[in-house]
Design a protein around this ligand. Structure first.
Ligand code: 1QQ
Length: 380
C-alpha cells in the first residue's frame, strides 16, 4: 500500500513536470524588444569662416535627418560636430579627434574636396568610413575603400551645364577662370577645359585667382577685351559671387557657367542682379513636385526658417544612407558599416534613387538650372 502511494506520487510528479515543461515549451517565446543600435557619428563641417553657409546647410540637413532617425528608435545616433573652418589642418585635426578620442563609427564630411584630401586618407588608414556630401573633385573615393560620397562629381555636372549653355547661346569662344589653390576649383576647371576641347570651343584665355581675393579686375578686364561668348568659372561662393558682381559692373554681360561652388543661394545674395543668367548643374531642384522633396522642404523650413539648398539636401540624404547602412549592419562596427554602406542600392532619398557604384561614387543624373528673378530655375 505505502509503496503504491509513493508510486502514484512519483508518477504524478513526473506527469506534472512533463505537463508543466511541455506547456513552457509550447508557449510562444516572447519576442525580446530589439535593442537599438547606438552609434556615435562624427561630422566635419565649415561652421566658421569663409564657406560657412555651405557648412550651415550641411549640418542643418544632417541634424534634421538625425532627429527623424532617432525618433524611430531603431538606430540612435549621437552626433559629434567639429568645425574645420574650411582649412586642411583643421579638417585633419578634427578627423583625428573624432577617430581617436571620440571613437566614432563613421564620419560625414568634410565640406571641401580640399579638406577631404587630408581627412580622407586619415580615416581610410584608420578603417573609419568617411562620406563626403559636397566633395565633387576628381579622385575623392579613389583615396581608399573607406571613402564614400553622395555628392554629384563635377565630371558629371559640368558637361551637362556647359552642354546646355553652348547649345542655347551658340557659344564658340570662351574664357576660363578658376581658383588655382583649391582641389575642387582646380578639378572643376580641368573638366571645363576638357569639355571645351570635346565641344571644339575656342579657349581665348585661362585666368586664375586665389581664395579670399577681393579684386578680379585684372582678370576680368583681360577677359572682356577678348570678347568671349561665355565665361566658365570654377569658384567657391565667396569668390564666385564677387566675380559675378564685378564682371557685370565692368560691362561683361556674357553668360557665366559655374561649377558646384555656385550652387549656393549665397552667390545670389552676394552678386544680387549680377547673378541673373548664371547656369549650374545639380542633382537638386527644391521646387520639384515630388512629395518626398516637398515634405523635406516643408520640414526644413519649419525647423530653420529658410529653404534647404543643394548642400542641405545632399547632407540629409547622406545621413539617412548612413543610418540605413547601420541598421543593415546590425551593429555599430566600422568595418561592418563600410561593407554595408558599399552595398547601398536604390536608396530613395530627396535627391531621387541612390546607389553607390563599384568605386563608392555616385550614380546620378544632373539637372541644369539658371538664375532667373533672383532664384534657381530649370534651364529650358
Ligand atoms: C568641393 C565642392 C564645394 C563647392 C563644396 C562646398 O564641391 O569642395 O568639392
Amino acid at each position: 500500500m505505502r509503496r503504491s502511494v509513493r508510486g502514484i506520487a512519483v508518477v504524478a510528479c513526473a506527469l506534472f513536470a512533463f505537463v508543466f515543461m511541455g506547456a513552457e515549451k509550447a508557449k510562444p517565446a516572447a519576442k525580446p524588444a530589439a535593442e537599438p543600435i547606438r552609434a556615435k557619428i562624427g561630422v566635419i563641417s565649415i561652421i566658421t569662416g569663409q564657406g560657412a553657409a555651405y557648412g550651415e546647410a550641411i549640418t542643418n540637413g544632417i541634424k534634421l535627418a538625425r532627429d527623424e532617425v532617432n525618433a524611430k528608435g531603431e538606430v540612435l545616433v549621437d552626433l559629434k560636430i567639429e568645425d574645420s573652418s574650411g582649412k586642411q589642418e583643421q579638417a585633419l585635426a578634427a578627423a583625428q579627434k573624432l577617430i581617436n578620442s571620440e571613437q566614432v563609427v563613421a564620419i560625414i564630411g568634410p565640406t571641401l574636396s580640399n579638406e577631404m584630401m587630408v581627412a580622407g586618407p586619415e580615416a581610410n588608414a584608420s578603417g573609419v568610413p568617411i562620406m563626403g556630401t559636397s566633395t565633387t573633385a576628381k579622385g575623392i573615393t579613389q583615396i581608399g575603400k573607406y571613402v564614400f560620397r553622395n555628392a554629384l562629381p563635377e565630371s558629371q555636372a559640368i558637361p551637362a551645364s556647359i552642354g546646355k549653355a553652348v547649345k542655347k547661346h551658340n557659344i564658340r569662344k570662351v574664357a576660363l577662370l578658376y581658383g588655382n589653390d583649391d582641389v575642387f576649383t582646380k578639378s572643376g576647371f580641368d573638366t571645363m577645359k576638357e569639355v571645351s576641347g570635346k565641344l571644339k570651343l575656342n579657349i581665348l584665355t585661362i585666368e586664375t585667382f586665389q581664395k579670399g581675393q577681393a579684386d578680379y579686375k585684372a582678370q576680368l578686364t583681360k577677359i572682356a577685351s577678348l570678347k568671349p561668348d561665355a565665361v566658365f568659372c570654377s569658384a567657391l561662393y565667396n569668390e564666385g559671387g564677387v566675380i559675378l558682381a564685378q564682371a557685370r559692373k565692368m560691362g561683361l554681360k556674357v553668360p557665366f557657367v559655374g561649377g558646384n561652388g555656385f550652387n549656393s543661394p549665397k552667390v545670389i545674395e552676394i552678386a544680387k542682379d549680377a547673378a541673373e543668367g548664371l547656369t549650374v548643374a545639380t542633382p537638386w531642384f527644391g521646387e520639384s513636385n515630388d512629395p518626398k522633396v516637398k515634405g523635406f522642404v516643408a520640414k526644413y523650413e519649419k525647423a530653420y526658417g529658410k529653404k534647404p539648398d543643394q548642400f542641405a539636401a545632399q547632407a540629409y540624404d547622406a545621413f539617412h544612407i548612413m543610418a540605413n547602412a547601420l541598421k543593415a549592419a546590425g551593429i555599430a562596427d566600422r568595418a561592418k558599416l563600410r561593407d554595408s554602406l558599399a552595398a547601398t542600392k536604390n536608396f530613395q532619398g530627396v535627391l531621387g534613387k541612390f546607389s553607390f557604384d563599384a568605386e563608392r561614387d555616385v550614380v546620378m543624373s544632373p539637372i541644369v538650372l539658371i538664375v532667373k528673378g533672383g532664384k534657381f530655375t530649370i534651364f529650358n
